[in-house]
Design a protein around this ligand. Structure first.
Ligand code: ATP
Length: 140
């Protein structure tokens, strides 16, 4: 089985979408292998999103991701990485509402920044991101 890292971002938690999102996760056949709720700080977010450090939206992204607690989960199932990306939908939640109306970002996201959830985009990122939060390596 494959593992991926999922995050319910501050807008998801504050908007009370946690239970709805978890239902979608379980109904899609994922096992929530581990979960932790935590408040990220500026250094943590900067390091997690280091690849975006030169982007114009980086400062805003840090403010958003530190605006409240996040729920970080390791999800497990066959093809977990691609399946979770498919389930969350495109980055821009406004676009998701049109092209992927049943996606999680269509359900609870607002725009290209406040898109409610995160998902690892490759086996390499899944391993890095799982280690980042849980100090262990992903399977597979
Ligand atoms: P994530 O990595 O969080 O799953 P993603 O892979 O769909 O999202 P990335 O391009 O990696 O999107 O961007 C990381 C995050 O930065 C996005 O989820 C979003 O919160 C924010 N972001 C991306 N693009 C923009 C943008 N154009 N304007 C504002 N914020 C953005």
């Amino acid at each position: 089985k494959e593992r991926t890292l999922a995050i319910i971002k501050p807008d998801g938690l504050l908007g009370n979408y946690t239970d709805k999102i978890k239902n979608v996760i379980v109904e899609a056949g994922f096992i929530i292998f581990k979960e932790i709720t935590l408040q990220l700080d500026k250094d943590g977010v900067s390091s997690f999103y280091a690849e975006h450090s030169s982007k114009s939206f980086f400062h805003s992204l840090i403010k958003y991701m530190t605006s409240g607690p996040v729920l970080v989960m390791i999800l497990e199932k066959e093809n977990a990485i691609a399946d979770w990306r498919a389930l969350i939908g495109p980055t821009d939640a406004r676009k998701a509402k049109i092209t992927h109306p049943h996606s999680i970002r269509a359900m609870c996201g607002v725009d290209s920044e406040r898109n409610c959830v995160h998902g690892s985009d490759s086996p390499q990122s899944a391993q890095r991101e799982i280690s980042f939060f849980f100090l262990e390596k992903s399977a597979g």
